[in-house]
Design a binder for this molecule. Structure first.
Ligand SMILES: [Zn+2]
Length: 382
């Protein structure tokens, strides 16, 4: 790839700070693809971006299947006193907390996939006029379970939608879009004057996995978001990094000018990115070192059934030694990952001696600590 430019400010970013090399990459659906993940940092607008190394348009139309065993569906947001709170429910709660939706407001979920968020929202607010858009036909069976067919469009929004929405939402979509600034401008035409765009994207600075997901082409920072939104003509831009763990929640209003001068991130992002890059560059080696310290051929368990667990599975020299995956998500119980069963920790019976923990390293120890059945094992943390 020659002369890559920033997706947000168009400055040249020649240097990459992370390159996965030839060992393959993981997608957000935990699949291994034979391309490198190359990540760059724009010191001008502080955007972080991944080179588009494989054909994403065909991928989202036909291959991208957010139904089960994916990061987007029925994922546990948090376990509170032993009870899982699901991400979709949390997303609806946060949306209703951040926005005051007048009775009968007209909303569009842009890049909605099966839109379990709007399905839940409709249960709480049946007065709202809800509409859906995505670049694939494959979710129509889900949409038709709660909306009529005049309420959705695929591939291109109809011109009748111009200046018609009070609120447009986007949940975990903009990180996938190769030209996010153009998408934002296109989308802003669909908002009525004074309409609000509500957007949720991953926060790479609080979730290290985001760095190595090959189809997350954008890793937004508060500064790159402010630049993108103000360039697209939005005002009253609010970026919340607290209300949804490991994510940034943006609300912004159309039709005004704003000076883009201040910087929002307090952290030294560049040195933080170098540390993240070192973490992933050594993760494969650290996983294999632990594996080689175990008795030859002994069976192992992996805690987690998401991205980090998929990474560990791919890193193992002998993935066949995995006996099962352990996860607290009741939707995963009885399912399989990598053709091995996923069990709940309460059903763990100490028949393996070693545990690989496939969780965000920032929270992994706190999640494992209260699980009594897992104490006393030889345990590896990423
Ligand atoms: Zn930039």
């Amino acid at each position: 790839m020659t002369n890559p430019t920033c997706n947000i400010c168009a400055n040249l970013i020649s240097e990459s700070f992370y390159n996965s090399g030839q060992s393959g990459s993981l997608t957000s659906l935990n699949r291994i693809v034979e391309v490198s993940t190359i990540v760059r940092y724009c010191s001008s607008c502080r955007h972080i971006q991944t080179d588009p190394t494989f054909d994403t348009s065909a991928y989202y139309d036909t291959d991208y299947d957010i139904l089960i065993e994916s990061e987007e569906d029925d994922q546990i947001y948090k376990v509170i006193e032993g009870k899982p709170l699901f991400r979709t429910d949390h997303q609806v709660e946060v949306l209703l907390e951040k926005l005051t939706l007048k009775k009968g407001s007209r909303l569009l979920d842009y890049g909605c996939a099966k839109s379990s968020t709007f399905r839940n929202l409709l249960k709480k607010r049946p007065d709202l006029d809800l509409n859906l858009f995505d670049v694939s036909e494959r979710y129509v069976p889900f949409w038709s379970s709660f909306l009529t067919k005049d309420k959705w469009a695929t591939y291109t929004p109809p011109s009748a939608w111009d200046s018609s929405f009070d609120v447009i939402t986007s949940f975990f979509a903009f990180e996938h879009i190769e030209k996010p600034s153009k998408a934002l401008r296109d989308l802003s035409r669909l908002l009525n004057k004074g309409g609000t765009f509500y957007c949720v994207v991953p926060n790479i600075l609080t979730n290290i996995a985001d760095l190595v997901v090959v189809d997350h082409l954008n890793h937004f920072t508060k500064d790159s978001l402010l630049k993108m939104f103000s360039d697209a003509g939005f005002t009253q831009i609010d970026i919340d990094s607290e209300i949804h763990a490991s994510a940034l929640v943006i609300t912004a209003t159309t039709n005004s000018d704003l000076d883009y001068t201040t910087r929002l991130e307090e952290e030294d992002i560049q040195s933080e990115l170098v540390n993240m890059s070192k973490f992933w560059s050594s993760a494969l080696e650290r996983t294999r070192q632990f594996e080689s310290s175990l008795d030859a051929g002994s069976e192992i368990a992996i805690y987690g059934a998401g991205f980090y667990a998929a990474f560990i599975t791919a890193a193992l020299s002998e993935p066949g030694r995995i006996k099962y995956y352990i996860d607290q998500n009741p939707h995963l119980e009885g399912r399989k990952m990598n053709e091995k069963p996923i069990i709940h920790p309460k059903n763990f019976s100490s028949d393996v001696q070693s545990l690989f923990v496939g969780l965000n390293p920032d929270h992994a120890r706190d999640i494992i600590k209260p699980l009594e059945t897992l104490q006393g094992l030889k345990t590896f943390f990423l």
